[in-house]
Design a protein around this ligand. Structure first.
Ligand code: ATP
Ligand code: PRP
Length: 205
């Protein structure tokens, strides 16, 4: 038996066609149901659909053998107990520093609003810039407008969200895309099945 943890939301939309090309199909009825463990066209493969941030938790602890989530999430979670197998090149965006203007970044101690606490700390540490991190869970773009922070560290794709809120991106931290991850123990005990899935997905990317 193989359990795959998928991220709901925008990653899921782009994941399902990749899985289908690799031979794994989930019926629309299953996807529309309130079930949390979904059957697939293969009796030996089950799928769980959870929040992107929970995917590495399930995989680390072996509750799922494989998982698909964003690199942004993995950078925050760390790689304890799991490996990254493939860059799926979906849900692509950039992790960036954005502010109302460049001067806002010139502070002795920069106030940074973000849900990406570890990535933000590391970025400013590398620059030798002292910072105070204000952890938020969403709507980061609001923080500079209401004076909660000097800048934000957030994902930027089209740039529409920062632009609509009077912000500009000034620093590129890293490129983000979704990754296929595997539980370290499962990679040993179910190696043949996992490698075959990873190969099937890879050859259709
Ligand atoms: P949660 O539901 O846990 O609060 P979320 O609201 O961030 O998470 P999504 O917006 O679906 O959930 O984002 C999930 C993942 O999709 C992110 O972790 C990131 O890897 C990717 N992502 C987020 N925003 C974008 C975007 N604008 N363009 C492309 N990929 C994105
Ligand atoms: C993500 C991200 C940015 C936005 C960037 O938000 O947190 O706010 O997308 O995309 P853009 O550059 O194309 O505008 P999302 O839509 O997932 O909303 P959420 O953070 O509130 O979940």
């Amino acid at each position: 038996m193989l359990t795959i943890a998928l991220s709901k939301g925008r990653i899921l939309e782009q994941t399902l066609p990749l899985l289908e090309k690799a031979g794994l199909k989930i019926e629309q009825g299953e996807l529309n149901s309130r079930k949390l463990i979904l059957d697939t066209n293969l009796a030996e493969v089950k799928v769980i659909i959870i929040r992107a941030t929970d995917v590495p938790v399930f995989v680390q602890h072996g509750a799922a053998d494989l998982g698909i989530t964003g690199k942004d999430v993995l950078l925050e979670h760390g790689s304890n107990g799991l490996f990254e197998l493939l860059d799926l090149k979906i849900a692509k965006c950039k992790l960036m520093v954005a502010a109302q203007n460049k001067q806002k970044l010139e502070q002795n101690t920069l106030k940074v609003a973000t849900k990406y606490v570890n990535s933000a700390k590391l970025h400013f540490q590398k620059q030798g810039q002292s910072c105070e991190i204000i952890k938020l869970y969403g709507a980061m773009e609001l923080a500079p407008i209401v004076g909660l922070a000097h800048c934000i560290v957030d994902l930027v794709d089209t740039g529409n969200t920062i632009k609509a809120n009077g912000l500009q991106a000034f620093e590129h931290i890293t490129d983000i895309s979704s990754r296929l991850i595997v539980n370290a123990a499962s990679f040993k005990t179910k190696n043949a099945a996992i490698k075959s899935w990873a190969d099937n997905i890879a050859k259709n990317l």
